[in-house]
Design a protein around this ligand. Structure first.
Ligand code: CTP
Length: 380
């Protein structure tokens, strides 16, 4: 459809960026970014006629359009463009340009390649800046030396790509990374953009190595303005592949003290679930420091999100307490519930909760072990 639309609209169309990089690396990829030499918006509208399932959204100021399909997948379409940054970390101002300039404004050589989709040049690789060679040699190399100053998120992206593909940095790119950190350019980055990049890191299989590098090169210290006890332990690498984003985040902050985590929350923008779980994590950890009865522990653990319990249960300081309580909770085999109590003649109201609580505690403490004993305990 893209090829036919390109013929119809008489413009050149290319797939660019991450898709080309991953195609050459034979790595599976989903996102498709197209650039059009001409009007991306007009091209997107023409393409829509061939894609009746799609929904078109256009961003006139950025010269971009997106077609979203019912399964959530999408195509991004842009006019070839040049971007100016009015100050470091700002969103770019956009101007139309040729493909060569469009590719030059990008972050790294490995992301600056395009493949033509027009019939007469179908599959032709456009590689002005040595991207293919850098891919073969495993190098992260910027295209111009103010790249990190223009857009400081690229420092985090550079580390993400390096660790994702096991690439190393070209010397001048590494030097520029350190210089950019020293000049404090990160301070110009918004909390939202920084957080977005951090979350992308946490979604990567190899996020632990990425986290370690971010700490080692001083980037996280520069952002937070202090040294925090991040936990990016490579010993967790195998296990962490199956961890959810929330578990990865909670585990990353698990060596910090509560005041540090609270101050960290002021410098990152997290979704509600992640923020709430972090706060729950701090509270539960503080409570577990106290000496608690089995029933108090059970109450806290039952109320806590599973991910919070999971991360605390991996912590040497709380492992034992939690596993004792969870083991005791396995004894609970309650058949009673509110409805059953009402049938037994208990009046609807707070009494029901109290009885259920009492019965649960009796199971937990091993005072009852059968349904008959449970009934007796409820009637007490
Ligand atoms: N890009 C850039 N500078 C940024 C972000 C993106 O130059 N700060 C360019 C790169 O050419 C990149 C393309 O925009 O390839 C698409 O960006 P994005 O979708 O964020 O990244 P991908 O390269 O597709 O990487 P990923 O596999 O992580 O999605």
């Amino acid at each position: 459809a893209v090829r036919d639309t390109a013929e119809e609209e008489q413009c050149s169309v290319y797939v660019v960026g991450g898709f080309v990089r991953d195609l050459l690396l034979s790595v599976p990829t989903q996102d498709l970014d197209f650039v059009v030499e001409g009007s991306g918006g007009q091209f997107a509208q023409a393409l829509m006629k061939r894609m009746p399932n799609g929904k078109l959204t256009q961003h006139i100021t950025f010269g971009t359009a997106q077609i979203i399909f019912p399964d959530g997948s999408h195509l991004d379409i842009a006019s070839t463009r040049w971007e100016h940054y009015s100050f470091p970390g700002a969103l770019p101002q956009v101007e139309e340009s040729c493909l060569r300039d469009d590719l030059f404004r990008r972050d790294f050589t490995i992301n600056s390649m395009a493949i033509c989709l027009n019939t007469d040049r179908f599959g032709e690789l456009v590689d002005y800046y040595g991207g293919k060679q850098d891919l073969q040699q495993g190098k992260i190399r910027f295209l111009h030396n103010i790249s990190f100053i223009d857009d400081p998120t690229r420092m985090i992206r550079a580390i993400r790509f390096a660790e994702r593909y096991y690439f190393s940095f070209a010397k001048e790119t590494l030097d520029a990374l350190y210089t950019a950190i020293e000049t404090g350019v990160l301070g110009k980055l918004s909390v939202e953009r920084f957080s977005e990049e951090m979350l992308l890191i946490l979604k990567e299989n190899n996020y632990l190595a990425m986290g370690q590098t971010l700490v080692k090169c001083g980037l996280l210290n520069a952002w937070f303005g202090k040294e925090l006890a991040w936990n990016f332990n490579l010993d967790d690498a195998e296990e962490s592949v199956n961890w959810s984003l929330n578990i990865r985040w909670l585990s990353s902050v698990s060596r910090m003290d509560s005041a540090e985590i609270e101050s960290l929350l002021e410098r990152v923008c997290l979704n509600k679930s992640l923020r709430d779980e972090t706060i729950h994590y701090i509270h539960l950890r503080e409570s577990l420091k106290e000496s608690l009865s089995l029933s108090e522990m059970d109450r806290l653990l039952t109320k806590a999100p599973k991910e919070v319990v999971f991360v605390l249960a991996r912590d040497e300081s709380y492992k034992h307490k939690i596993s004792e309580c969870l083991k005791a909770a396995q004894r609970i085999n309650m058949s009673l519930d509110g409805k059953a109590l009402i049938k037994m003649g208990v009046k609807q109201g707070p009494e029901i909760g109290k009885i259920l609580d009492r019965v649960r505690m009796a199971w937990l403490e091993g005072k009852i072990s059968t349904t008959e004993e449970e009934q007796l305990m409820a009637r007490k």
